[in-house]
Write a protein that binds this ligand. Structure first.
Ligand code: ATP
Ligand code: MG
Length: 298
């Protein structure tokens, strides 16, 4: 890996990272239209292609090594571009090594279990990358904005309000820490779209026939809770960005930039892991030579 490229990735993603304990003010400090001074036409395609190639190479090594795994958590409000980001960023990766799990409204069976149950069943195996399209963080986002959902989660009687969310933040941090200590690296991306850009994208889903299928009346209902979601996201980012599993706020008003930034954060994690193809010891190499000899005889 060329050093300048590594420096460039580190430089690009550093301003997007939430430091542990940092006060998060989304509107003030995180501009959804930020593009790091890059130009779509000059830099866009080239940088994304390089990121995608880098991911492909490292994913192949991660799979061959089969020791460590990667969990990519993708959170966003509606129409922020989660699906397109997954499609573009993972376009070069061997589909056998990646699993995408999209979490929707929980089923009755899922609700009957503890709040992390359905997510823990979808974690990556060693050698795999798993992408959570929405994730365990919905349990402190949509459920916090709509606390009536808690009634369906069969919670035992216990204080609700602030204390409940603190408890869930703690449980999530602990769960993620244990996963990282066991060799699973966690990449957490919040695609940060502005209210105005969301409006434009929802309008496009109505106006363009090929996008009609994406429109959902519930997107409009959730949009009414915009301010509540911003507060819930800010609090979640402040409490669950940890040293072992930091959050990155990805500016998402420009899809081309969001894809580059997401690819850069995932690439940075894989470069940090630096997975290696397994090598053979002396005995293994001798055996291979014997196999070669046998094959040469026909
Ligand atoms: P799209 O971009 O295609 O709309 P999406 O992720 O929004 O993708 P949908 O099927 O539209 O997918 O919505 C999933 C819905 O499930 C969201 O409204 C989300 O809030 C809800 N959901 C996800 N997790 C939970 C949860 N734990 N409890 C309650 N609702 C949840
Ligand atoms: Mg939706």
């Amino acid at each position: 890996m060329a050093e300048p490229q590594l420096d460039r990735i580190a430089e690009l993603i550093a301003p997007l990272r939430i430091e542990p304990g940092e006060r998060v003010r989304l509107r003030r400090d995180h501009d959804p239209g930020y593009t790091a001074g890059l130009d779509r036409h000059r830099d866009g395609e080239d940088l994304l292609q390089r990121g995608v190639a880098l991911l492909a190479d490292h994913q192949a090594r991660l799979a061959a090594e089969s020791t460590r795994g990667v969990l990519v958590v993708l959170q966003a409000l509606d129409a922020a571009g989660k699906d397109g980001t997954i499609r573009h960023v993972m376009s070069g990766v061997n589909p056998q090594g990646v699993r995408v799990h999209s979490f929707k409204v929980p089923s009755a069976e899922e609700r009957a279990h503890d709040f992390l149950w359905r997510y823990s069943g979808r974690l990556p195996a060693r050698g795999e990358i798993a992408i959570f399209n929405r994730s365990h963080y919905e349990e402190v986002l949509v459920v916090r904005v709509h606390p009536e959902l808690l009634d369906q989660e069969h919670q035992p009687p216990a204080p609700r309000g602030k204390e409940l969310w603190q408890r869930r933040f703690r449980a999530i941090n602990e769960w993620e820490r244990q996963l990282t200590e066991d060799g699973f690296h966690i990449v957490k991306l919040f695609l940060n779209v502005s209210k105005d850009e969301q409006r434009k994208r929802l309008l496009a889903r109505i106006d363009e026939p090929a996008k009609n299928w994406k429109f959902s009346a519930s997107d409009l209902a959730e949009r009414k809770h915009w301010a509540d979601y911003q507060r819930a996201y800010a609090d979640m980012l402040a409490h669950t960005s940890t040293k072992h599993a930091p959050w990155y706020v990805i500016p998402a008003d420009h899809k081309w930039f969001a894809r580059i930034a997401a690819a850069a954060v995932i690439a940075d994690t894989l470069i940090g892991i630096d997975p290696q193809y397994p090598t053979l010891d002396r005995k293994g190499r001798r055996e291979l030579r014997q196999f070669r000899g046998a094959l040469e005889k026909g």
